[in-house]
Unconditional design. Structure first.
Length: 453
């Protein structure tokens, strides 16, 4: 075996084996040591072995342990063993997944995972999609398809003619719309500020009764899983109104969309109605637990997504099969299907459902434990998100800071409805019951100390 790859595997294995025992955040010394990487670029270079050694010696201690079992920051997820291993092999392949001729295996795996996901999520038959870098690009792709579709119906080809002089499109979003949707709208010339914002309820879900009248030139962006509360917009009502009006419904389901596979019926029911949308965006690097970067876009109208994304050049030979780059903003890219495939194939339906349900159960345990200790859980914990306050903003921020420094676990802060909260997001395959108990005990110990001081 190549000693370099063997060395890399040994170092990675050691890194992962120690993840559960080290402080979750890197210590100040490890972060300060990163400065030593700012060396002048050498003239002659260094050996690959020496380069790897430096990366591990300086880099590994400065990582945050988000691949470990007690990282609850943002909505992150770890990386399932099969996906890490698949990623290593695929990196050795170095395939270009932009073209069929660049990689037959990468192209086929993409088709396989798109089919599997359409089936898993109960999306309409005929739905297709693409593999992108994350939910931001998936949102961009879905909304680009919407823009094409609605304008093409008026006889306007937005790809050829651009937006100058085009019939106006309206965009309706919930007031709790994710920043990445607004970014996608900005990139697509649809503007962040001209959206029509629908008021939301106490959980941050769009109020169906406050939806404006829709028409055939409107894109409605619904959200499956609010980043703070985990709340779902009322998709059934929105879709019904959109259908009647000829509007397009795009779903930002970056993590929440995976609730569809939960074996808990009541939980999975939160996904009801979303299958009636026109396009869907999700991440694979969050709740599906594959390595960065990885997201998926799905579209009920293949022609619209293809028209929005297609490009041709004389040197790009087409095989007549599905060309991956006709479905995504990128042309050359890595074979992202590998890890999504490895995750789904290794878990199976039952394993996937269990992983999602387990995270939700852990979130409920956090919520119960915090509530029992007298702290205010600020959201209905129906998914994998918990928002908790430890008193006033200053007290909550002190607890947050102390928890992050303590290192047993890591959770981020958020301002929800004008008040600071700790946001606990349970998204990793690696989190077990004992990790939750250990983390909860640490949070309660620290909170009691901060409040007592
Ligand atoms: C994370 C997230 C996004 C953005 O996804 P990226 O993978 O960071 O591009 C969009 N919407 C929601 C609801 C999210 O949680």
């Amino acid at each position: 075996m190549d000693p370099l790859l063997e060395d890399a595997a040994r170092r990675a294995d050691r890194y992962l084996a120690r993840l559960g025992d080290r402080p979750v955040a890197p210590d100040d010394g490890a972060v300060a040591a990163l400065e030593s990487l700012r060396e002048p670029l050498s003239k002659e270079g260094h050996s690959a072995a020496d380069t790897l050694e430096l990366l591990d010696r300086i880099g590994s201690p400065a990582t945050i342990a988000c691949a470990g079992p007690r990282y609850f920051g943002f909505v992150t997820g770890g990386a399932l063993p099969a996906t890490v291993a698949g990623n290593w092999l695929a990196t050795a392949w170095d395939q270009n997944a932009g073209m069929r001729l660049g990689t037959q295996v990468g192209s086929v795996l993409e088709e396989v995972v798109l089919d599997w996901c359409v089936d898993l999520l109960g999306l309409p038959s005929g739905t297709t999609g693409g593999l992108v870098s994350g939910a931001t690009m998936a949102n961009l792709s879905g909304i680009a398809a919407a823009r094409h579709h609605l304008l093409a119906r008026t006889g306007w080809d937005v790809q050829e003619q651009g937006l100058f002089g085009a019939p106006e499109l309206r965009v309706v979003v919930g007031d709790e719309v994710h920043a990445s949707v607004l970014k996608a709208l900005a990139l697509l010339g649809l503007g962040r500020a001209r959206v029509e914002r629908v008021p939301v309820d106490a959980q941050g879900a769009m109020r169906a009764d406050a939806l404006p009248a829709l028409d055939e030139r409107t894109i409605v962006c619904v959200q499956a899983g609010n980043v703070n509360t985990g709340a779902f917009d009322p998709a059934t009502e929105v879709v019904a109104k959109a259908r009647e009006a000829g509007a397009w419904v795009h779903t930002d389901g970056a993590f929440g969309l995976w609730v569809a596979v939960s074996p808990n019926r009541e939980r999975a029911a939160q996904w009801q109605g979303y299958e009636g949308a026109d396009s869907w965006a999700t991440d694979a690097h969050k709740w599906l637990n594959v390595p960065y970067d990885s997201g998926l876009v799905f579209c009920r109208h293949p022609d619209a997504l293809r028209a929005a994304m297609t490009s041709t050049a004389s040197y790009l030979l087409e095989t007549g099969d599905r060309e991956p780059s006709h479905w995504t903003p990128e042309m050359s890219r890595r074979a992202r299907g590998v890890e999504v495939w490895a995750a789904l194939r290794s878990l199976g339906r039952v394993g996937l459902g269990d992983m999602v349900e387990r995270c939700c159960r852990h979130a409920s345990r956090f919520a119960d434990g915090l509530r029992e200790a007298g702290y205010e859980v600020r959201n209905d914990v129906r998914l994998n998100q918990v928002l908790v306050s430890f008193g006033d903003d200053a007290a909550t921020d002190r607890v947050l800071d102390a928890v992050q420094r303590d290192g047993t676990c890591w959770a981020g802060g958020s301002t929800w409805r004008g008040r600071r909260s700790m946001r606990i997001s349970v998204s990793s395959w690696a989190t077990g019951d004992s990790d939750v108990e250990k983390s909860l005990a640490a949070i309660l110990r620290i909170a009691a100390g901060v409040r007592g001081s």
